[in-house]
Design a protein. Structure first.
Lengths: 312, 287
């Protein structure tokens, strides 16, 4: 069962594949009275679930927007358009524009090698790709300072040639690439493993080139998973705080990303402005989740359509 | 790649490898990129720490302030993961087994801690659970307990970041579960409680343990959502990642690296445990 083993190895991100594999098997036990929980238990558990998610997730999300709009729309838009905010937005977009394509390219290459071929050390490689998930973001920043900082391994060389990496934009880009490293790969590997390589072999035997096979056969099959992986990678790249905080040096207008700008405003007790800028990131995460929900729905719907014909 | 037909791998494997192009290119790129971005930078921390010598290393990681930070980080992370096990399982159960209005929204909300930047969660939780917050205010007035700027605040933030893990590991297993076993247990005279704990429970242990380990691993290293709500008092509410940052800002690179290496070793061990748990969980699913 390569499908399930691959799927279950992921660190909780491969929601789409989960749904696809399940194919709606365990429906709520309607009309199966023997295992139907009593109304009281049902209502009680649903209430507990709703309260738990409300207190820890939904209300905090609402707070972001109410605090942002507390002093009115004027203050809200002023906070978003002041020069420091604009330069933070600009830097964040710039960093994501490098980090996301880099990890997208890596994720597709890694998924192709891992899902379509067998080689020794494969499970070790998958574990190593997961590593950045397990490393604290602060440590992710620290390791780049140990290499590129003034006291670091390459410090003297960089100073001699007047190159700045940490406490400058390149360090922020590197730290962001590190923390978002696994997202696309982890989303694609289980999906592509589940699909096997029969379709690709058919395309090749019919005379398609390797690239044609990849673009016309492999990519369309994994498009929703790829999209979600990229979106999650992007949300994390734009919102990364710990790692970027370590390597940025907090130079206002130069090395401040959106989350760092939020921190500065908050620590200066400019709460409305802090939440206004933070609401941009909250909106981004909401859009990410919305597209994910649509993707999950699409995948599970098509899986159910396919179900009778494949006889699964 | 060797050109002789391998005796060990099935012939179909060999066929696959020969037919699909791009193996050398993609694997080569994967290994180089992985080494440059992850492996070489991470090993720099171990190299730096090895330059300290055992005595200095041990002194750096055993000062009272560092020990207190480890205590706070691991204690709250364990408790948060345990709370997530209880409520995460309940959430997974209701999402799989019951129909109710707003279920889709609830399902989507579970993923929010993955997508919402930690700093945003941090300032929001600090405001919400602060003395004047919607929840922090009433809690303080009714019970006299302060949430924000205490260890309780750290716990709240860590519950938030770990919340999706247990739900998302238990949910698919629960959806895969055959209802017939429960019906059989019920028809043989088991009460519903007995069925839940004797029939359903054992099927879920592996995935619950995986979710617990994932939530714990994430919580131990968490920084962004915690610093705003923690209060950051040395010895009391100072977490390990913050202490590393403080040492860095004081240019105490050796101290910072020594603490980081301990954290890294623990992270690696956790990753191995999680892999083993997931193998166990797969084994119990395939059966």
């Amino acid at each position: 069962m390569p499908v399930e083993s691959a799927n279950n190895r992921s660190l909780g991100f491969s929601v789409i594949t989960n749904v696809q594999i399940i194919e709606g098997r365990a429906r709520p036990p309607k009309g199966r009275p023997a295992i139907r929980d009593s109304l009281g238990i049902r209502l009680g558990l649903i209430l507990v679930a709703i309260l738990f998610l409300a207190v820890f997730v939904l209300v905090p999300l609402i707070v972001v927007f109410t605090e942002a709009l507390k002093k009115g729309l004027g203050v809200y838009f002023a906070s978003l358009t002041e020069p420091a905010a604009l330069s933070a937005i600009e830097l964040t977009l710039f960093v994501a524009a490098i980090a996301v394509p880099a990890n997208l390219f890596f994720g597709v290459a890694a998924a192709w090698a891992i899902a379509k071929f067998d080689f020794p050390g494969k499970s070790l490689l998958i574990t190593l790709i997961d590593l950045p998930f397990a490393v604290s973001p602060v440590i992710a920043g620290l390791i780049y300072i140990l290499i590129f900082g003034a006291q670091g391994w390459l410090g003297p060389f960089l100073q001699e040639h007047d190159i700045k990496i940490v406490f400058a934009v390149p360090g922020i880009v590197l730290a962001t690439i590190f923390v978002t490293f696994p997202f696309v790969a982890r989303e694609l590997i289980p999906l592509m493993q589940a699909q096997g390589s029969e379709e690709e072999q058919a395309a090749l035997s019919l005379g398609a080139s390797g690239w044609q096979t990849f673009w016309r056969v492999t990519l369309p099959n994994v498009r929703w998973g790829l999209l979600y992986g990229v979106l999650l990678c992007n949300a994390r790249a734009m919102g990364e705080f710990g790692a970027v905080s370590v390597v940025s040096g907090h130079i206002r207008g130069l090395t401040n990303t959106i989350p760092l700008h939020v921190e500065i405003l908050y620590n200066e007790y400019k709460f409305s402005a802090a939440f206004a800028v933070a609401s941009l990131l909250a909106l981004l995460s909401l859009v990410t989740l919305l597209i994910k929900s649509i993707a999950t729905w699409n995948v599970s719907a098509s899986a159910q359509l396919r179900e009778p014909s494949t006889g699964k | 790649m060797n050109s002789r037909p391998t005796a060990t791998s099935p012939s179909q494997l060999w066929f696959k490898r020969r037919v699909l192009p791009g193996f050398g290119l993609t694997l080569g790129f994967t290994l180089i990129y992985l080494s440059l971005i992850v492996l070489i930078p991470l090993s720099s921390a171990f190299l730096k720490a090895s330059g300290l010598g055992w005595g200095a290393f041990f002194r750096a990681v055993s000062t009272p302030r560092v020990l207190a930070a480890y205590n706070v980080s691991f204690g709250t992370a364990l408790l948060a993961a345990a709370i997530n096990v209880v409520f995460g399982s309940i959430v997974a159960w209701t999402l799989v087994r019951y129909r109710f209005p707003g279920k889709r929204t609830l399902d989507a909300a579970v993923d929010l801690p993955f997508a919402l930047p930690t700093a945003v969660a941090g300032i929001s939780l600090a405001t919400l659970y602060g003395p004047n917050g919607w929840l922090g205010g009433p809690i303080l007035a009714l019970t006299g307990i302060k949430v924000a700027y205490t260890q309780l605040g750290i716990l709240v933030a860590l519950i938030f970041v770990g919340l999706p893990f247990v739900v998302r590991t238990v949910q698919p297993v629960l959806e895969d579960l055959d209802l017939e076993f429960e019906e059989a247990a019920a028809s043989l005279g088991a009460s519903r409680i007995q069925t839940i704990f004797r029939v359903v429970g054992p099927e879920l242990y592996a995935s619950i343990a995986t979710g617990f380990a994932l939530a714990f691993a994430r919580a131990v290293g968490e920084y962004g959502s915690v610093v705003f709500i923690a209060g950051n008092m040395p010895m009391k509410t100072e977490i390990v990642p913050l202490l590393i940052l403080i040492k860095l800002e004081q240019y105490d690179y050796r101290g910072a690296t020594a603490i980081a290496v301990i954290m890294l070793v623990i992270s690696f061990l956790l990753l191995l445990v999680i892999n083993a748990l997931q193998r166990w969980s797969n084994a119990s699913r395939i059966r």
